[in-house]
Ligand binder design. Structure first.
Ligand code: CDP
Ligand code: CDP
Length: 673
């Protein structure tokens, strides 16, 4: 058990990009589907946890080529069009339920394969028989070491590669059904039927939606049998963005309810009607008073305008009931949370644990903890708000919250403790065993602390290929800043100017063309992209040899620079409004002209040979020396190292080293004392 953690209330608005891990369920499904696809898939936003690492390792053991990058959150996997390279192997699935079930069905696709499968002691006790019995009907058998039919781990799986008309009892776990649904499209004519009910409908829906995203939608016939009308290997979407974990995201939807006016949090990749059932929490939160809107593929949560109690059925997204329950003591009227009997058999009896700990803070709940203890069939909770009662308890010092080895208890009370109850920043909640968040969100308390940031503006300048874009992009992602590449602005204008047949030597042609332009911005991930007359020019267009040859000549014209200056400065407000912790803008004149009052100004340099080499490694034919000369000798906003800027010569530094150095420089400015 780790020591308890005193939660420091927020005294300034919460702001920034919440560092929510990727969804485990989606990451492990995507790994299986990508392995069964034709072609390579890049998974972004992937979760790196014990369970996903087990599946990655198992797929490697089976001969799949996988390159993972934990820092970037990406996994590149080479699909094998439904074939499993290794015909034999020994796999250990730990206590990873999805890996255990998904791999077993996956291996059944192997023609005449033989695989030794084992798991941790806990996994040996978890349900597998529904799946193993189903596969046995297609002559894929699981044997114990004694040669008897196996019903659970460990076993040796002897496969035929066939899948016929399968029937599965998935009453013990919906994963048993999901595992079979994912392999269904690989065998023409195969069908799957359930023999009973399944417990978690939303996870089956997630599987169906993902099969469709990988090009093989499933259908159901009148008798409820699943089949794939267009069978074959999955089709790689090439890049597949894993949604952030919706349950983990619920804490950051809740945070601006307690951190006051002007809070603004960004949830990258969070979709209202996403693949995960727990995204329904966002709807409940809105009824309660949350301010949530969606920008592109991301959500923005601002200070809640209210905390309105009410009556809510959490049956279908019960993992998030704890998040709402810990806001309920601050609401304007009682909150009823219904239909959560099944949560009494999860990590702990969650209903009882929640009632007990709210009680400890002085909050009245019904049924009382005693009644809950006496009657295991009780399935709802009513929480009566009272800030006065909370304050009275807090006068006696911080309350120590028991977490019962339940990560969700620790995280939800962490949000409540962020509320400045006493109005002077005095901590009033202590979380016991905060390390229990490790089950799904090891860095939860760091992610919470990162939202205590003040808005920063970072200017990066430097010559061509000095590493500005790659450094700024990585720093933006790590620190939750909005990235602006002003070189791309000049390149986009150049595309438009060349289209309009303007030339740098004919000023009137340039001015006439500019008068027809309308500039806008679109957020793509962490970057703000320039939209010219309603269109984002592609990377190929803005980096074409024609653009490379004339961009610096156009950029040297004061008419062009004046035209774009206000647009560039307006990016600061865009970043603030979108909930980023700040912005990082790179170019040639950012620290000197565009943002002379930036929080931090950095000048990147590398020697000419290193920069020439970098460009040629990228396969770009670009006379950077010539562009550099034009950029630094022009009259208007020449490339210079602004006074007061920090110079970083990265000739001999790797990209990771420069990124680390820039982040070290930014950190003190971001932190709120
Ligand atoms: O990436 P690379 O260094 O090749 O160039 P870029 O950042 O895409 O910028 C292309 C050109 O735009 C530069 O060579 C400059 O002439 C111009 N530029 C500028 O004048 N001022 C800026 N703030 C950014 C780019
Ligand atoms: O934006 P800018 O033109 O300044 O350069 P960049 O496009 O960020 O970097 C050019 C190339 O140099 C990229 O392929 C970077 O990965 C690489 N680079 C490097 O190898 N080492 C560094 N310290 C910085 C960048």
């Amino acid at each position: 058990m780790t020591e308890s953690l005193l939660i420091k209330p927020f005294r300034t608005p919460a702001r920034g990009v919440a560092q929510v891990p990727g969804s485990k369920s989606i990451t492990n499904r995507a790994l299986i589907l990508a392995a069964l696809a034709e072609g390579e898939t890049l998974l972004t936003g992937a979760l790196f946890s014990r369970d996903t690492k087990i599946l990655i390792q198992a797929l490697r053991t089976l001969g799949f080529v996988i390159v993972d990058d934990e820092v970037a959150g990406t996994i590149r996997i080479q699909g094998n069009a439904g074939n499993i390279p290794a015909k034999e192997g020994s796999l250990h699935v730990g206590n990873a339920g999805t890996a255990a079930r998904f791999l077993t069905a996956f291996l059944a696709l192997s023609h005449q394969g033989k695989y030794a499968m084992d798991g941790d002691v806990a996994m040996r006790a978890r349900p597998m028989s529904g799946l193993l019995n189903s596969l046995a009907s297609s002559k894929t058998f699981a044997y114990t070491a004694e040669g008897k039919p196996a019903q659970a781990f460990p076993f040796v799986l002897q496969t035929t590669g066939q899948l016929k008309d399968l029937t599965v009892d998935a009453s013990a776990s919906s994963q048993l059904l999901s595992a079979l649904l994912m392999v269904l499209p690989l065998r023409a004519g195969a069908t799957v039927k359930m023999s009973g009910e399944t417990v978690s409908e939303p996870f089956v829906v997630m599987t169906e939606k993902m099969c469709a995203q990988f090009g093989r939608p499933l259908s159901r016939d009148a008798e409820g049998r699943w089949f794939c009308a267009n069978p074959g290997a999955y089709i790689s979407p090439q890049v597949y963005a894993i949604e952030p974990d919706a349950t983990a995201a619920s804490y950051f939807i809740a945070l601006p309810a307690v951190t006051g006016k002007d809070s603004c949090i960004r949830l990258q990749g969070y979709q209202p009607k996403g693949l995960q059932g727990d995204t329904a929490f966002a709807e409940v939160a809105k009824l309660y008073g949350a301010e949530i809107d969606y920008q592109g593929d991301s959500a923005r949560v601002r200070s809640w305008h209210n905390l309105r109690g009410g009556d809510f059925d959490f049956n279908q997204f019960s993992d998030t009931f704890l998040t709402l329950a810990t806001l309920a003591p601050l609401a304007d009227k009682p909150t009823v949370i219904r239909n959560i009997a099944h949560t009494r058999k999860q990590e702990t009896d969650r209903l009882l644990a929640m009632a007990t700990e709210l009680n400890r803070l002085g909050v009245k709940v019904e049924p009382s903890p005693q009644a809950l203890q006496a009657d295991a069939s009780l399935s709802s909770l009513t929480i009566y708000p009272s800030r006065d009662a909370l304050r009275k308890t807090a006068q006696g010092g911080p309350t120590s919250i028991h977490t019962y080895e339940d990560h969700r208890m620790a995280m939800s009370f962490g949000i409540l403790g962020s509320y400045d109850l006493l109005g002077d920043g005095t901590p009033w909640i202590k979380i016991e065993d905060p390390g229990c968040t490790g089950k799904t969100f090891p860095r939860f308390f760091q992610a919470l602390a990162a939202l205590r940031s003040s808005f920063v503006s970072i200017a990066i300048d430097g010559g061509a290929a000095s590493g500005k874009s790659s450094t700024a992009r990585a720093v933006a992602q790590h620190l939750g800043l909005m990235h602006v590449d002003t070189g791309a602005h000049y390149r986009t204008l150049t595309v438009g100017l060349l289209d309009a047949k303007a030339t740098p030597s004919n000023l009137a042609s340039v001015e006439n063309a500019l008068a027809q332009f309308k500039l806008d911005s679109a957020l793509c991930g962490f970057s703000s992209r320039c939209v010219l007359n309603g269109k984002i020019a592609s990377e190929t267009e803005i980096r074409s040899p024609e653009v490379n040859a004339s961009v610096s000549a156009f950029a040297a014209l004061p008419a062009v620079r004046n035209y774009i200056l206000n647009y560039q400065r307006s990016q600061v407000e865009l970043a603030r409004d979108a909930g980023f912790a700040g912005l990082i803008m790179e170019g040639r004149d950012i620290g000197s002209v565009v943002l002379p009052n930036a929080t931090l100004r950095i000048f990147l340099e590398a020697d000419a040979e290193a920069r020439r080499l970098r460009r040629s490694t990228e396969g770009q034919a670009d006379s950077i020396a010539q562009r550099d000369l034009l950029d630094s000798t022009r009259a208007a906003a020449p490339l210079i190292c602004p006074t007061g800027a920090v110079r970083i010569d990265n000739t001999k530094l790797s990209l990771a080293e420069v990124v680390q150095e820039v982040e070290r420089l930014i950190a003190p400015a971001l932190a709120v004392s």
